[in-house]
Design a protein around this ligand. Structure first.
Ligand code: GLU
Ligand code: ZN
Length: 494
């Protein structure tokens, strides 16, 4: 049985999904699931100039990747569809007509230049510089005159002359005095309905009970409340006013609000780097909320079970990439090895190390190698650098130039001498496995050449893996196999 709670996630499909949007989706999702309610996914694509189909697809793909399932919305449908605002034009035109006829909205004929000029004057005189209500009560003659000049009006909301109080779930009582919120545009002169109209209209028509969204939208709330009341008076809607909760701002570097344009706010970046949805969502949940005093790691089900919007912290939350990575690392270590290997595959594919369908042999190698790196990675993408030497084609294998200069020097007593001794020792091994490899190398390099382990194994590591940083050496050689190991050591010498 549904509890009657209905929340919505209603992004505008402009650009790539960003972490602020994902946080809003997550909190609404958790609220819906906690209350056994309905999570509505609506696409606010009324801005033809800025919205794109690619961004719409990306939004759906992001939600699927994150595992945030919706109950009504694109592709799943529902009783209040369509859920793309671009398909609801007739509804908005009809509502606009009724608002106008009922006197809740009016035509404003002021030109941009006139508005600008009056705004300037008001500012200079220290008065409020919002719309001054000039067209609130035009006479028939004035209207006729404007029309005669060929002016096309915008539709403006007539804000009621009384205080509007918001009982915010996160911020408590917030109130807006009469006259503080100017009459605002609902429909452009060209007939295009704006966010100011379509968002609260759809919240009302879709029976939304709770609106959880970023604090930056708090200032639009009194307008939306006024509009909802007008719709109710007109009989367009009968349901109750939604309850609002404004989530804390997310701050980026330097204590500025994290903006869409900041690279670290792009969800794509996290996917490409190999964040797990589990880890990313866990971290985003902490931007304003926590499960309990000392439980930082939790999954979606635990979050849904415990979510309480009254416990959302109203103070700005700082986005801390290091912390996000650390939490992702915890999630990486939690997953079964086979699962981690599976999720590494797309990163090896993207790096061109394996074909989009890796061979059975490559999969086996990956599963065997994953335990060597699982503990030390914070993102899946790191596997490319750490394990790439196992998958790279032999004729593509290269050694990092700096590491080569440092560890594979040809002078007497330097790296290449070590590599030669290692090759000699390994070529006579009769069984190729980690313990035998380790014993042979220790005997030849530490005992034989009298080197400290660090100096003994560094050159071998660089020659074999191409870099100073690699998974544990003896296991790496074991996985790489005798032939490739000897070939690479030989190549370093040549
Ligand atoms: N489409 C709006 C946005 O993406 C929705 C804001 C709201 O939740 O009301 O900012
Ligand atoms: Zn006007």
């Amino acid at each position: 049985m549904s509890s009657g709670v209905r929340v919505r996630f209603c992004p505008s499909p402009t650009g790539n999904p960003h972490v602020g949007v994902v946080r809003a989706a997550l909190f609404n999702w958790a609220f819906a699931r906690h209350h056994g309610g309905t999570f509505v996914f609506r696409i606010e694509d009324t801005d033809i100039a800025r919205d794109s189909e690619a961004s719409y697809e990306a939004m759906l793909a992001a939600m699927r990747w994150l595992g945030l399932s919706w109950d009504e919305g694109p592709e799943v449908g529902g009783p209040h569809g369509p859920y793309r605002q671009s398909l609801r034009r007739d509804i908005y035109a009809d509502v606009a007509e009724r608002l106008l006829a009922g006197g809740h909205a009016y035509h404003c004929y002021c030109s941009q230049a006139e508005l600008e000029e009056r705004r300037e004057r008001a500012r200079a005189q220290g008065r409020m510089s919002g719309y001054d209500g000039q067209c609130r009560a035009l006479t028939a003659e004035q209207v006729a005159a404007y029309r005669g000049e060929g002016r096309q009006p915008v539709l403006r909301m007539r804000m009621p002359g009384r205080t509007i109080a918001v009982d915010d779930l996160v911020r408590g009582q917030v109130s807006f005095d009469a006259g503080q919120v100017p009459d605002y545009v609902l429909v452009r002169a060209n007939g295009q309905p704006l966010y100011t109209l379509v968002n609260p209209v759809d919240d009302a028509l879709m029976g939304i009970t709770h609106v959880l969204r970023g604090e930056d939208l708090l200032s639009s709330t009194p307008r939306q409340i006024a509009l909802h009341e007008a719709l109710r008076e007109l009989g367009v809607v009968t349901g109750p006013m939604p309850v609002y909760g404004h989530l804390p701002l997310v701050m980026g570097e330097g204590n500025r609000k994290l903006s869409k344009r900041d690279p670290e706010s792009s969800l794509d970046l996290y996917r490409q780097r190999g964040f797990l949805p589990e880890g990313l969502l866990n971290y985003l949940a902490l931007l304003g909320w926590s499960l309990g005093d000392d439980q930082e790691i939790f999954d979606l089900a635990e979050m849904a079970a415990a979510f309480d919007v009254a416990r959302v912290n109203p103070n700005p939350a700082r986005f801390d990439l290091k912390k996000c990575e650390a939490i992702n690392g915890v999630w990486l270590r939690r997953l079964p090895v086979g699962e981690v290997a599976q999720r590494i595959v797309p990163h090896l594919v993207a790096a061109g190390l394996v074909a989009s369908e890796p061979t059975a042999e490559q999969r086996e190698l990956l599963v065997a190698a994953t335990p060597l790196v699982q503990e030390r990675m914070t993102t899946l993408g790191e596997a490319v650098d750490l394990l790439g030497f196992l998958f790279v084609a032999e004729d593509q294998f290269t050694v990092d130039a700096d590491d080569a200069a440092k560890h594979l020097a040809p002078s007497p007593g330097a790296g290449l001498e070590v590599v030669a001794a290692a090759r000699q020792a390994l070529s006579t091994l009769d069984r190729w496995h980690t313990a035998a490899i380790e014993a042979a190398l220790r005997a030849a390099l530490v005992d034989g050449l009298g080197l400290k382990p660090r100096h003994a194994f560094g050159p071998v590591r660089v020659a074999i893996t191409g870099s100073r940083v690699s998974p544990p050496l003896f296991e790496s050689l074991d996985l790489l196999g005798r032939d490739r190991t000897l070939a690479r050591l030989g190549r370093a010498l040549a």
